[in-house]
Design a protein around this ligand. Sequence first.
Ligand code: CP
Length: 306
Amino acid sequence: MKHLLSWKNWENDEIRELLDFAVYVKGHRTYYNGAMMGRSIAMLFQKTSTRTRVSFEAAMTEMGGHAIYIDWATSNFELTDIAFESKYLSRNVSLILARMKKHADLEKIANGSEVPVVNGCCNLFHPCQSLADMLTIQMDAGKIEGTTLCYVGVHNNVVNSLVEITAALGVNLVLVTPLANPGAVIGEVNERPRSGGTLSWEKDVRHAVRNADYVYTDTWVDMEFFNDPAFAAQKAERIDLMLPYQLNHQLLASTKAKVMHDMPIHPGYEISRELVDDPRSIIFQQAENRLDAQKAVMLRLLDRAA
Ligand code: CP
């Protein structure tokens, strides 16, 4: 059973094919009306979401299928073995999307499921976001291989998926990551780019952005903790440390790089408010591309499961 928990079990040519397919799906949206007729996806959320929930649900609606939203807290997942609930769920639907706090729990869902499982973002990976990111670059640049993407921010789940997918697609990824979320840096993930030489680290953020085609940032504080009073002191420390790395007009004065952000945005922190609506920002295009990327993922996983 092929799942999308991370890009680990996806070969480079499978990822390339999936990206090409996402481009095709975006260019031929009406072709897929009805492609999910009679099918449902279960969408299990342990954490909040706007884009992941909306894009999967809208994608299923546009393709004639149905999405069932399941709030973890009001489900019975917590009362039993996760794999049992997952096995039950998979006897009702064609796909499961899960946003779990821990990757290990996502793996339990996949182990129990009889249908493909998609990671809707866990503590370690966000593969669906990274596919939409590559789709955005492909659509904007007209190519993917050889482009340079500079990520400036905290090393998190999004970074891990970017490391994997850029290695598969030949995108040069430069990381300016003075901080990492606990447990987020996984040595194994960095093995893939080692062979292709697509990954590098840079300390000097001004130098790094100067040579980039795309500059990307993300929240400095994970969604679970952003408004948590218990995390307030750590959040303040992070902001002090990270403010010199904020994407703003001053930092980007020496580059023509386009600006990306996976959203939700915290203006005044990782990015200035002015830059969000600047002509060089492709942030809303990037977010829109979640819809097309999600369609491509669901269609391909069902092809593989047939
Ligand atoms: N980028 C992203 O996954 O957005 P949500 O957390 O709103 O789903």
